[in-house]
Design a protein around this ligand. Structure first.
Ligand SMILES: [Zn+2]
Length: 307
């Protein structure tokens, strides 16, 4: 399963990455809601289960399944063992950060199949990052390595959820782009979208849609966000020298034109040092890719699959 800030997804997954049963609901706010969600799916299994793989937002200790930190809506999980919170009895539980399981899903069955040096960014309410170096997920001494969304790209930028200023996430995440569009509405700039009657800010999907239809405000906001993303990608390619770079999450809704634009900008700035153009591609396993990757954790640990 994949526990995110807004929703939780789960599926029964086989070793080919095929999803048998799927389940979704808004993210739980208590242990008992999490427990009930998982067990309602386990009951639907028609074959014996190998274990439970979990991808979860925040810093997760894979050796114990402890949630070291998860700021925001999943705060109730901090300090807990996911294996205890789920209460799966004899079934082994494997857990990792949600962006890392999404990357594992792509390496086992998706856009990076068979690759051993891969970097991935996932666009959601925040920005997740994961790095595979020579076939191993980069963890760092305390498990926080690969939080690429918290790379400083603007030393004079705004305060971020992580405590730093000017992170990539403050310029290129669903919330950053939505806030920027909202600021334009607030200043009465010409914009096609407006606040809803209940005071909700236009969604990222709506901003992508009106940008494609010619809304100047949406185009300006997205162009600026993409410029920041491009600059960050150049740094990530120079730092990690990967075979392939994957963009996942909500960004896939922006359409293939976005990839062409970014690929061109990034290639011109990295070709000299890297000696080649690194392919930048969308995540293939959209939707339940993180769930499949979480199942992949179990298969990797039990040597049923290998990277
Ligand atoms: Zn940050």
């Amino acid at each position: 399963m994949d526990i995110g800030g807004t929703g939780i997804k789960a599926a029964i997954v086989d070793t080919r990455g095929q999803l048998r049963e799927t389940l979704y609901q808004p993210s739980p706010r208590t242990n008992s809601a999490l427990h009930d969600f998982v067990h309602s799916l386990i009951k639907r299994a028609t074959a014996p289960l190998r274990g439970i793989g979990v991808g979860c937002r925040g810093v997760i200790d894979p050796s114990s399944t402890r949630v070291k930190s998860s700021p925001g809506d999943l705060n109730f999980l901090e300090g807990q063992l996911l294996s205890d919170a789920i209460g799966a009895g004899d079934l082994p539980v494997c857990a990792e950060n949600d962006a890392r399981v999404a990357l594992i899903g792509e390496v086992l069955w998706g856009a990076a199949r068979g690759r051993r040096n891969v970097v991935m960014l996932t666009l959601g309410t925040g920005i997740g990052g994961a790095v595979l170096v020579d076939g191993a997920i980069l963890h760092g001494v305390n498990g926080a390595a690969g939080h690429l969304g918290h790379t400083t790209i603007d030393p004079r930028g705004g305060l971020c959820i992580c405590g730093n200023y000017g992170c990539l996430e403050t310029h290129f995440s669903s919330r950053a782009i939505e806030s920027d569009y909202w600021a334009h509405i607030h200043r009465a700039a010409p914009a096609k979208l407006s606040m809803s009657s209940t005071g909700e800010v236009p969604s990222l999907e709506a901003i992508f849609r009106v940008a494609a239809a010619g809304d100047e405000c949406a185009r300006y906001v997205l162009d600026r966000a993409i410029e920041y993303l491009g600059a960050a990608l150049v740094s990530f390619l120079h730092t990690f020298d990967p075979e392939i770079f994957i963009l996942g999450g909500n960004i896939v809704a922006a359409g293939p034109q976005l990839i062409a634009t970014i690929q061109d900008r990034v290639a011109r700035r990295t070709r000299r040092l890297l000696g080649r153009d690194v392919p930048i591609v969308f995540q293939q396993m959209v939707g339940y890719g993180g769930v499949a990757g979480a199942a992949g954790l179990v298969f990797l640990k039990q040597n049923l699959l290998a990277i």
